[in-house]
Write a protein that binds this ligand. Structure first.
Ligand code: SF4
Length: 331
């Protein structure tokens, strides 16, 4: 019998008060500010927000994939399987990439090598010290696992011979090759049409169940997040502005930014003559507004909103909001 794993009861990923700066030392722009996130084993967390709000840079930091410099971590900790990633020596960092945490990126066409057969590209992601026959069999198994039909034939295909949905399945197969405990999927469905998007979400749901892995999914779409997430964290201007259990957050959104994102989305079964759009744009790092960073765009902003920055406070159990007026506005 295997000895009990002392880390099993701890969260798989525990990001504590993380800040990230980009640029020359002491003059870097703070792009992520005081972010805390937790993912337990087998859970899915979705990070939601517009482009430029800090989602991807937070996710890439989990395996320290950003060059340093110019990336710096002035505050915070990233605990992955009980080990502090920000203090890991390079050799240990290399050992967690792929094995503990693996990534699926948005554009498979940009990530797959156009002149290499997909079987070879997946094979390269497998651990070395395997015979070529064992690698071949494992690649076929992975293609089958991600729902690619006739994997014995497809293994010889080039990326351009596959549809966008099939290419994304190949990307997922590559990410699964080292059997990661945490799969980070960055906008995995954005470039796909709605039917294929639903199939990829179903695939991720099935793989999570079969393999017992955790998922961190990044998306700008709250509806997509609702399809997969146990928890949702909404980010704006480098901060988490709302966090909660997925159903609670979607049914009772509290922060005006979350409400704005929901109102700007077309929803099945709802008839709307016109979608509401959020006015303005996400401010760039280095020019975040004082006080509540959302106040220049907030439809219910008050005079005091440009004063002291609001804290991320508990609204209900398992529901936090960075708007002190959320209790008045939440349904
Ligand atoms: S603190 Fe003020 S500006 Fe910020 S979200 Fe709440 S109401 Fe809007």
């Amino acid at each position: 019998m295997a000895p009990p794993d002392p880390g099993a009861s701890k969260p798989l990923l525990d990001i504590k008060n993380l800040s990230i700066e980009l640029g020359p030392p002491a003059r870097g722009r703070r792009v992520v500010d005081g972010v805390s996130l937790t993912i337990n084993r087998g859970e899915t967390l979705c990070l939601v927000g517009e482009s430029g709000c800090g989602k991807t840079i937070t996710a890439l930091s989990i395996a320290r994939l950003l060059p340093s410099p110019p990336t710096a971590y002035p505050e915070g900790e990233i605990w992955l399987e009980g080990k502090e990633v920000l203090k890991m020596p390079p050799a240990e960092l290399r050992s967690i990439r792929g094995k503990v945490v693996s990534y699926v990126f948005q554009e498979p066409t940009a990530s797959l090598h156009p002149t290499q057969r997909i079987g070879n590209q997946i094979g390269e992601s497998l651990e070395i010290h395997r015979s070529s026959r064992a690698t071949h069999e494992e690649v076929i198994h992975l293609l089958d696992q991600v729902g690619i039909p006739a994997p014995e034939t497809r293994i010889r295909h080039y990326p351009h011979q596959l549809s966008g949905g099939m290419q994304q399945r190949v990307m997922i197969a590559m990410a699964l090759a080292s059997q990661p405990r945490l799969l980070v999927a960055d906008e995995p469905t954005t470039a796909l049409d709605v039917t294929i998007q639903a199939q990829i979400l179903e695939l991720l749901r099935r793989l999570r169940q079969q393999l017992g892995m955790s998922i961190l999914m990044i998306t700008h779409n709250l509806e997509v997040a609702g399809e997969l997430a146990d928890y949702i964290a909404v980010m704006y201007a480098g901060q988490v502005v709302e966090w909660g259990a997925a159903r609670e957050l979607l049914e009772h959104p509290s922060h005006p930014y979350t409400c704005g994102l929901l109102q700007s989305m077309p929803r099945l079964g709802t008839v709307k003559s016109r979608l509401t759009s959020l006015p303005g744009q996400v401010p760039s790092a280095g020019s975040f507004p004082t006080g509540c960073r959302f106040h220049p765009r907030c439809p219910v902003a008050r005079q005091e909103c440009s004063g002291s920055p609001p804290a991320l406070d508990e609204l209900h159990p398992r529901h936090l909001s960075r708007c002190p007026f959320a209790r008045e506005t939440s349904s």
